[in-house]
Design a protein around this ligand. Structure first.
Ligand SMILES: Nc1ncnc2c1ncn2[C@@H]1O[C@H](COP(=O)(O)OP(=O)(O)OP(=O)(O)O)[C@@H](O)[C@H]1O
Length: 263
């Protein structure tokens, strides 16, 4: 469960550069909800994710994960509640460490005690089993340095690492946007499978409206730091890219990227 209550964030308040990034934003995800998030440029999508992870401190409001108020929780403790995959395939993994060391690090997430990369036979068997799901043959390359993998392989690994500890909330931040269409389609498929098999509560920001419609059970549209439109299960199933573009056309000043225009 994730709940944001009246969350606000203004950058450079009271100056000529003032930017209201989140304005009394409220959103609740029940256990197992998979919510896709679309919005105009600068709508506050990344700021919302940064607020949830604590990367960015909010000005006011509340953030609850699994009935715990995480707003004042130190970052390392909050990290146990979420997994996050960024747009940059290089961001989620450590290139100089091996595949198995990266996976061991991910297992440690949110634990305060020192690093324990303890790589015993049992752990390796678990890692292999997990990697098999990716269909990329990485289960046979546990000692390979991650820096040797392609962007698509690294992104698939990042997704696995973000999800395999079954976090309370999985945050996907345009995680397929930097991949070529074939690899993006593969990571999208993996996302669908991993999320549904583990029943993960998921918040996925995407510029791709087709993806926003195809994945998940709810969709929200953001503009100027607020949720301006929501689609629940049935409505979402019936929605089309044309409908969503029509919604954006109604908003004065909404700027969409080329990718969004193309669906
Ligand atoms: N660190 C920051 N310092 C100052 N302003 C910021 C900062 N981060 C975001 N903003 C501003 O806050 C607003 C929301 O930005 P945010 O990155 O959350 O939007 P977004 O919906 O993710 O946009 P995009 O789709 O373009 O990535 C924008 O006006 C942006 O310029």
């Amino acid at each position: 469960m994730l709940e944001l209550k009246d969350v606000s964030k203004t950058f450079f308040p009271g100056t000529v550069n003032e930017r209201k990034a989140l304005v009394d934003l409220s959103l609740r995800l029940e256990q197992g909800d998979f919510v896709t998030v679309i919005g105009s440029n600068g709508a506050g999508k990344s700021t919302m994710l940064n607020a949830i992870t604590g990367r960015m401190k909010i000005d006011s409001g509340e953030i609850w994960i699994d009935n715990t108020d995480v707003k004042r929780m130190p970052d390392y403790k909050r990290a146990r509640y979420y997994g996050r995959v960024f747009q940059d395939p290089m961001a989620g993994t450590a290139p100089d460490l091996t595949i198995e060391q990266n996976l061991a690090l991910a297992l440690q997430r949110g634990k305060s005690r020192g690093l324990n990369l303890g790589l015993n036979a049992k752990r390796r068997a678990f890692f292999k089993e997990q990697l098999e799901q990716l269909g990329l043959g990485l289960e046979n390359r546990l000692p390979a340095r991650v820096g040797l993998l392609s962007g698509g392989q690294r992104q698939a690994l990042s997704l696995l690492m973000a999800a395999f500890t079954k976090p309370s909330i999985l945050l996907l931040d345009e995680h397929t946007a930097a991949l070529d269409p074939q690899r993006a389609a593969h990571v999208t498929q993996l996302t669908e499978r991993i999320v549904s098999e583990s029943g993960l509560t998921t918040l996925m920001v995407t510029h791709n409206m087709e993806q926003a419609i195809a994945l998940g059970n709810r969709l929200i549209m953001m503009h100027e730091g607020q949720i301006i439109h929501q689609l629940e299960a049935e409505e979402k199933q019936k929605a089309t890219v044309k409908d969503l573009l029509g919604r954006f056309a109604d908003i004065k000043g909404a700027v969409l990227s080329d990718k969004q225009m193309l669906g």
